[in-house]
Design a protein around this ligand. Structure first.
Ligand SMILES: [Zn+2]
Length: 298
């Protein structure tokens, strides 16, 4: 899934000789020190952000590698070449209890970029929006795939606040400067934080509320169906006396995909039909059987 986060611009100025070498490894034509402007970015860290999500610490080195060479849109008004900042170096920095990806980017100096460089210098252009694709979202409470485990990020479970751990980096995208960071509390500019907006807010902004509401009610129906499926499977397991207790069964089914649950339910129903034939409940008492009401097995 695609992840979009805010990041922050750090120290800046002329490149060191080593930086210039790294820049020229990325640039199309050889550049001199006075042709480029260098600035540092804090791209993402492993701390829980305001969306109750965090990047897995182990994922940062690979993510840092993926950001190398990625470009940044400096200003949408400008045409291709000059509008681009490019990341030429990344590094995972470890501080006391935080790891973060630090990136260095350069902009070619020129008439078209004078303004943006001045803005960065003045601290006006402070935040960029960065995007990446992560392969997995894992629940911090149970270690299951978030979204199918039943835990809700931001909620407390036995004193532990649930958050989503973003794992398995797949790709990193361009970054862009954000003039007014979305949903940013005034004065609070952490390295990471806002940026991701809710679908509901987007629907409101683009006049798609009706579509959003329709999708929402369908999702509610889906949830209801999933719940019923889970209940049926748990009930069947208990009826068949498989030995596992209800809380264990609930935990298992809450992590299973609906398609798998449906197959399991069918299999369990078939087994239940074999083991608990509706013909007799008290064998030996009489040759005749008591007919069990339909619905007993379900
Ligand atoms: Zn969970």
């Amino acid at each position: 899934m695609e992840i979009k986060k805010e990041a922050q611009v750090g120290e800046n100025g002329a490149p060191t000789p080593a930086q210039l070498e790294a820049i020229n490894a990325q640039a199309r034509s050889a550049l001199t020190a006075d042709q480029v402007y260098v600035f540092a970015l804090r791209l993402c860290d492993d701390q829980i952000d305001r969306d109750y999500e965090r990047f897995d610490t182990q994922a940062l080195p690979e993510l840092a590698r993926l950001f190398l060479g990625k470009t940044g849109i400096v200003d949408h008004r400008w045409s291709s070449e000059a509008q681009v900042a490019r990341i030429f170096a990344t590094q995972v920095v470890r501080e006391a209890d935080t790891s973060y990806i630090k990136a260095w980017a350069y902009i070619r100096r020129g008439d078209q970029t004078r303004e943006i460089i001045a803005d960065i210098e003045a601290g006006i252009k402070k935040e960029v929006s960065v995007g990446c694709a992560m392969g997995r979202r894992v629940c911090s409470v149970c270690g299951g795939e978030y979204g199918s485990c039943g835990h809700q990020k931001g909620e407390r479970y036995d004193g532990q606040v649930c958050c989503v751990i973003l794992k398995e980096p797949m790709d990193a995208y361009e970054f862009s400067f954000v003039a007014v960071p979305a949903q940013c509390e005034a004065g609070v500019l952490k390295g990471m934080g806002t940026g991701r907006r809710s679908l509901k807010a987007l629907a409101e902004e683009f006049g798609a509320q009706a579509e959003y509401r329709a999708l929402f009610s369908m999702a509610q129906l889906g949830k209801q169906y999933q719940k019923e499926l889970e209940d049926s499977v748990v009930r069947l397991c208990l009826t068949l006396e498989l030995g596992a207790e209800e809380p264990v069964l609930r935990g298992i089914v809450s992590r299973a995909a609906p398609e798998d649950l449906q197959k399991l339910k069918t299999a369990l129903e078939a087994r239940a039909a074999e083991m608990l034939p509706p013909t007799t409940q008290l064998p030996g008492k009489s040759g005749k059987s008591a007919v069990v009401e339909s619905g007993y097995l379900i």
